[in-house]
Design a protein around this ligand. Structure first.
Ligand SMILES: NC(=O)c1ccc[n+]([C@@H]2O[C@H](COP(=O)([O-])OP(=O)(O)OC[C@H]3O[C@@H](n4cnc5c(N)ncnc54)[C@H](O)[C@@H]3O)[C@@H](O)[C@H]2O)c1
Length: 263
């Protein structure tokens, strides 16, 4: 009879991410930080990328199982990002996972969206994701051990959301899903899996900002989902662990909605 201890359980072993080196953009706060926390607690080594001078104070108090390192770079800067990914590869020895979670949102009626709103949103949410994927995938090909990439789309990448006025954001999130699907096809021969997740309304600073802008939004978000509540970012931990580990070895080119029944 097999043991029920997690370390001896062949099914739980498939979810093991110990020793994997994972790049996370937008790793300073919100969902990126939550992914860093979850994966590090499971023994992965995290290279977190963000804009801030220093990582948030929260990092110091985290019970990390693996190593953690912070890199300051703007994901829209192709050359600077490439140098950072080169450095991470050199310092960590491999890149086994990549989560391009850096993102911004501009919540303004369509006719009031400025040129800057559009360009900034597409630049960070789509171009920055493209650059991150390309630089990380190149390293995964070079090291010949495959890898897993998980892009962050949104329920806004599936449908228009009545409470919000986020045309550029919605366009960027539809595009991210498409990007992940195409890259999945091209990278499969290198054993690099590329998927995306589409979270619903997760209680992060980004979402708090939107609700502060218009407090009536909260009720609209709650009412629009079958489970009638906002989500804690930690509720994405399970899907991320699945996608980053060998448990998902035959899963690529897919998008996973985690939305409390919104769609
Ligand atoms: N919060 C939600 O409800 C929700 C739902 C669906 C999808 N998402 C997506 O999840 C991702 C994270 O969202 P969040 O709610 O955690 O947002 P957040 O604003 O709390 O965190 C985003 C992080 O990205 C960083 N960032 C922004 N621009 C950057 C740049 N140019 N270069 C490097 N880092 C940059 C920010 O500094 C910040 O730390 C985004 O892609 C967002 O679109 C969020």
């Amino acid at each position: 009879m097999s043991s029920n201890e997690p370390a001896d359980n062949p099914i739980l072993k498939k979810f093991d991410v110990q020793g994997k080196n994972i790049v996370i953009t937008g790793g300073c706060r919100g969902l990126g930080f939550t992914f860093a926390h979850t994966l590090a607690q499971c023994g992965a080594n995290i290279a977190a990328i963000d804009l801030n001078e220093q990582p948030s104070a929260d990092f110091a108090s985290l019970p990390f199982g693996g190593n953690y390192k912070y890199y300051r770079v703007n994901v829209t800067d192709y050359e600077a990002l490439k140098k950072t990914i080169d450095k991470i590869y050199e310092e960590f020895g491999s890149i086994d996972g990549c989560i391009p979670a850096a993102g911004i949102i501009r919540d303004r009626p369509f006719l009031e969206h400025t040129e800057k709103d559009w360009r900034d949103t597409i630049d960070v949410n789509l171009t920055g994701v493209f650059f991150t994927l390309q630089h990380c995938a190149a390293k995964m090909v070079e090291q010949k051990t495959g890898g897993s990439i998980v892009c962050i789309s949104s329920t806004a990448g599936h449908k228009s959301l009545a409470p919000q006025t986020i045309a550029a954001y919605t366009a960027s999130k539809f595009a991210v899903r498409g990007l992940a699907k195409q890259v999945a096809h091209e990278m499969a021969k290198h054993n690099i899996r590329v998927n995306s997740i589409s979270p619903g309304t997760m209680l992060t600073d980004m979402l708090k900002g939107i609700m502060e802008q218009d407090p009536s939004r909260k009720q609209l978000f709650v009412d629009s989902c079958a489970m009638k509540r906002l989500a804690d970012p930690g509720e994405l931990a399970g899907i991320m662990l699945y996608l980053m580990s060998e448990a998902s070895s035959y899963t690529t080119g897919q998008d996973f909605l985690v939305d409390g029944g919104l769609v």
